[in-house]
Design a binder for this molecule. Structure first.
Ligand SMILES: [Zn+2]
Length: 117
């Protein structure tokens, strides 16, 4: 779905072909289609933060008498920034999936059509 396999190559993070090479499905269904991915990546970021919080709580522990909470916070922020390119791509994949379901019969059917503005 993306032209460049490394999401940390920031100049090419959103380099995508117009349509799927396998089934011809257009990716950007309408102009501005990808704006909705903001909500998906927000949800992913929250989910990731909850996951790291639970992992930290179990592995390292939390206490109000020391700075472990702030170490988690710093680690989590670093991780979110580091993973952002990957999260943004994942968001596009998930967001597109809301509109275009996988069809095992894709070879004999037409792809979901582009909405014209
Ligand atoms: Zn396809």
């Amino acid at each position: 779905m993306f032209k460049n396999n490394n999401p940390w190559n920031l100049k090419k993070v959103f380099d995508m072909p117009q349509t799927c090479a396998e089934c011809g499905q257009p990716y950007e269904l309408e102009p501005g289609f990808w704006y909705g991915t903001g909500y998906v990546s927000y949800a992913l970021s929250v989910a990731l933060s909850v996951t790291t919080f639970v992992a930290w709580f179990v592995l390292i522990g939390m206490s109000t008498s020391d700075n472990r909470f702030f170490f988690w916070l710093g680690t989590n922020i670093f991780l979110l920034i580091f993973l952002q390119p990957w999260l943004m791509r994942l968001s596009r994949v998930i967001y597109l999936y809301f509109f275009v379901k996988y069809d095992p019969d894709y070879q004999s059917k037409k792809p979901v059509s582009k909405k014209e503005a």
